[in-house]
Write a protein that binds this ligand. Structure first.
Ligand SMILES: [Cu+2]
Length: 322
């Protein structure tokens, strides 16, 4: 994607930009660097994005069809996180301009590149209109870790789990009509060996090369326009995954972190829908506790929510040449 830029620009953009996965965490335990051929990540050679929706690299990235020798051991119902990094572990993770969703899929284990109708969605996080934050904002705030729950009903066996970040900073035009722009996909596939007594087999049969299209409102999207919601691409979360309760806990954590603005927005925007004043009072009280215990977090959330358009247009100009 940097082919038109001078050497200095290539250097600048690689310093300010992309991302890939360093490790997996299982129930809060780091599984270690999984990136080489004896690891468990089918790691791409660079941290560059994939933009061509017809490329098989869209599924498990470059090298996605090259198996590695290890598997992450986990159990159905476990909490797993992928840990992302930019150039080295615990750095800036990904440029903050690369706002967008983070989506996680699972497929029965295959040694090939996964470019067929074998995938089911098990987790998704997009845009939270209450806090004005994207999944990528939360990823950076969480030291590069994006957590999800392995469905508790999942049948034991070997699987590929694919997590992807979609950077929407140049997604106002499609890659098909302008190859210098387009949504930036950062897919990463990890090999898992999952234990459990469940019997659910993922059955959404999703194919990325036919399922993600330029007509998808979550693929061609203007991050710098005015919007109040974002439609995450791909199928709905697989119903067997929904029973794990992962989505509910994610929402709870998010509203706690930004409790000040949450309470304010809810009260102003929709007073009539607040049926239980006691509940509101309780949650406001909880907010002040949260504010007192983590002032820095609340301040940064508020700042981001207050000036999303300004911040984004500046970054847009800065990133236009990339
Ligand atoms: Cu980038």
């Amino acid at each position: 994607m940097h082919y038109t830029a001078a050497a200095a620009l290539v250097l600048a953009s690689s310093v300010a930009a992309h991302t890939r996965v360093y490790s997996a965490w299982v129930n809060g335990v780091d599984q270690g660097d999984g990136r080489d051929s004896t690891g468990y990540i089918r790691s791409p050679p660079t941290n560059d994005p994939v933009k061509d929706l017809t490329s098989t690299d869209l599924v498990c990235n470059v090298n996605g069809g090259t198996p590695v020798s290890s598997f992450v051991s986990a159990a159905a119902g476990d909490k797993v996180a992928f840990e992302w990094y930019h150039d080295s572990r615990n750095d800036d993770i990904i440029a903050s301009s690369h706002k967008g969703p983070i989506i996680t899929y699972i497929a029965p284990y295959t040694e090939d590149n996964g470019a067929s109708a074998i995938w089911s969605k098990i987790d998704e996080e997009g845009y939270d209109s209450t806090t004005g934050s994207w999944a990528v904002d939360n990823l950076i705030a969480n030291a590069g870790q994006k957590e999800f729950t392995i469905p508790s009903t999942l049948a034991a066996g070997k699987y590929l789990i694919r997590q992807e970040i979609i950077g929407l900073h140049e997604a106002d035009a499609s890659y098909a009509e302008n190859s210098a722009r387009g949504a930036q996909f950062y897919p990463s596939c990890l090999q898992f060996d999952i234990t459990g007594s469940g019997s659910a087999a993922p059955d959404e049969n999703f194919n990325f090369n036919t399922g993600y299209t330029e007509a998808d409102p979550g693929v061609v999207f203007n991050l710098y326009g005015s919007f109040t919601s974002y439609e995450i691409p791909g199928p709905a979360v697989w119903d067997a995954a929904g029973s794990s309760g992962g989505a509910a806990s994610t929402i709870a954590v998010t509203s706690t972190a930004a409790s000040t603005s949450t309470a304010a927005v809810e009260t102003t925007a929709a007073p009539t829908t607040i049926a239980a004043p006691t509940t509101l009072a309780t949650s406001v009280k909880a907010s002040s506790t949260a504010v007192a215990s983590s002032p820095a977090e609340v301040v940064s959330t508020t700042a981001a929510a207050a000036t999303p358009t300004k911040g984004c247009s500046k970054r847009r100009n800065a990133n236009r040449k990339f």
